[in-house]
Design a protein around this ligand. Structure first.
Ligand code: FES
Length: 305
């Protein structure tokens, strides 16, 4: 099947470098506006394990589409205005979450994301204008503005789909690792050849693994950052030591959970569990079980022995 011409246009948008200076300014504003790290993590969706933005947009989209249906039928002016009001209000937190994610994307993704955001802001403005027109008694004008808003937000949604499904923004870039890694214990390297106290990359069955050794303790995660595939072995180590005793609740010891910090956007993952300690990543890193047999370290996916 032949792709729509619109797809060609959006693909060209990915290379529209003239958008970069605008992206730079918008990035600065967003980073200044949302400073606390905990707030950014909540907006990225770290606590729920996936981005908040696609979830949050359900409210304005649902309200606006429902209003469009009611506007097509007689006698629903009040209900329709109420739904448009709800959708317009709900668009704000959804945009804040989207902009927070957008600041941590590749330039090609940011170009498409910028136009996606511009379309959605324009649509929100049209819906606000529709409310004003309705309040002034112009029912016809209010409906036209709302339908225009729906058309523009639809175009914005097309760009959002491209950003997520073609450009893989917001998806888990480590998801396929457990499907590709062979089952059973696989040889990693002799323990004596693993550098002590340093992040190290070893490829097993064509899968790049992040290896971190402290004495006899070895931690192995997927080396591909779940956020946007950054190489974790080029990152930094942070927190306590692997061999620190865990506390009574099974949590990190006094020195804190030993973590790796991604060199690209600073996502932080526990070397003990692979869990996200700080975003923008929202999905944990696949963690491998390790054992040493005859001086050789072996790795295996949990449950795949
Ligand atoms: S690639 Fe973005 S934090 Fe790792």
């Amino acid at each position: 099947m032949k792709p729509l011409p619109a797809l060609e246009l959006v693909t060209r948008l990915e290379d529209a470098e003239w958008l970069d200076p605008i992206s730079k300014k918008v990035r600065k504003v967003v980073k200044r506006a949302i400073r606390p790290k905990w707030a950014r993590d909540v907006l990225h969706g770290v606590p729920i394990g996936h981005p908040v933005h696609p979830l949050a947009v359900q409210v304005p989209m649902g309200a606006w589409i429902s209003a469009a249906v009611l506007d097509a039928l007689p006698g629903n002016d009040k209900a329709s205005a109420l739904l448009i009001g709800v959708g317009t209000g709900a668009a704000v937190p959804s945009a804040v979450a989207g902009f927070t994610d957008w600041t941590q994307l590749h330039p090609q993704q940011q170009r498409v994301g910028l136009v996606h955001a511009a379309a959605n802001i324009t649509a929100t403005g049209l819906y606000a204008a529709s409310l004003v027109a309705r309040a002034r008694g112009s029912r016809g004008g209010g409906k036209v503005l709302a339908y225009l808003g729906l058309a523009v937000v639809g175009a914005g949604g097309f760009l959002g789909g491209h950003l997520t499904y073609r450009q893989a923004a917001g998806v888990n870039h480590s998801e396929e690792i457990p499907h590709r890694f062979p089952s059973g214990w696989q040889p990693l390297a002799p323990l004596s050849e693993l550098p002590d106290g340093k992040l190290h990359k070893i490829v097993v069955a064509e899968i790049p693994l992040l290896v971190y050794r402290e004495g006899d303790a070895v931690s192995v995660l997927s080396d591909v950052c779940s956020h946007l595939s950054g190489p974790l072995h080029e990152g930094k180590i942070k927190g306590g030591r692997l061999q620190d005793r865990v506390n009574q609740n099974g949590g990190p010891g006094d020195g804190g959970d030993p973590c790796v910090v991604c060199p690209w956007h600073g996502s932080t993952f526990s070397l003990r569990t692979g869990e996200v300690q700080a975003g923008p990543a929202t999905a944990k890193q696949p963690l491998f079980k390790t054992r040493t047999s005859g001086g050789m370290v072996e790795v295996c996916l949990p449950g795949a022995e």
